[in-house]
Design a protein around this ligand. Sequence first.
Ligand code: PHB
Length: 395
Amino acid sequence: MKTRRTFNSFVALGAMTAAVLSAAAPAAHAQNTGKVKVGLMLPATGTFAALGTAIENGFRLHVAERGGKLAGREIEFVRVDDESDPAKATDNVNKLVKRDNVDVLIGTVHSGVAMAMARVAKETGTLLIVPNAGADAVTGPMCAPNIFRSSFSNWQPGYAMGEVMAKKGYKRVVTITWRYAAGDESVKGFKEAFEKGGGTVVKDLGLPFPNVEFQALLTEIAATKPDAVYTFFAGGGAVKFVKDYAAAGLRRSIPLYGAGFLTDGTLLAQGADAEGLFTTLHYADSLNTPRDNAFRLAYAKAYKLQPDVYAVQGYDAAQMLAVGMEAVKGDLTKKAEFAAALQKARIDSPRGPFSLSKSHNPVQDIYLRQVSGKENKVVGIATKGLADPGRGCRM
Ligand code: PHB
């Protein structure tokens, strides 16, 4: 009996050890050979739905250009519609990390949702590449070795436009935006440069995201009679704002400026109401470089659509993942080497090449663009090689 029991416990122990080993060993093996699970957390519904689609299209285009594999590993996608809803964000990102066990998180558009993603990424060590949301905190106080951004910080286009409008000689400006991280930080960046250049923000108007009842605020702008208006809106909200601004008759009396999201991916819907608008952004439709022309052609072929800034950011998120994965030969557990490779990389983006700041945000040219027909045409470079200050990042 004794022998038997001992034998049985030995078998049980052996089985347990084997189970533990086999749990560890194939996992270690799969770390650089099996499929890579990419969790796409993007909006598929709501005011930012089209932005999510463009990001996913761009990401998939680059993966397809590499034959469906990065560093020899096949890419498998798991998707979640985050609805641009910060209240559901933590649950959504936990589904990807804990239920689906993704190797990489790609997301998202909305700054509030992205901050929840960054929190979970930081806690769990999951690799995160943000392909839009500009939340300054993501590459500021929340920065981490495993968190990267392929897009911009909210501060960047705002700051560039502050310099442009101060140089144009405007003195009294009203700002108007959605009251949440992206709108607030875009206006803050604008104000920092505009006031440095001698201007004053005389009124700071806002409404909750994603409301589009602009009428009362437009009346207030008309009554305030500023020299000009600076705004941050995007997606469906940007379409409506530009149309309402024109319908209120304000285009004739008070020039409208914005972060480039105001007119990116929106021009077909805005039509003549957007004609002539000046904005600042890290992309434009008329760069006419061999790199951008090749990208635009490939995108149009694949999707029967013209790309926009969101498509570029999705494409570049995949390029960044590829650079990191190649450096570690597909072994995503080598996080320090992955980060070191990206830190010294020059990403060959359709927007123009960029590198990453110490806090992992693109250091990039911000273009001044003007709407002409269905395009955001480049007028010039508003600010060359603009780096987000990365305030509060300790890494
Ligand atoms: C954001 O929430 O950070 C955001 C959303 C849409 C944009 C840009 C920034 O186009």
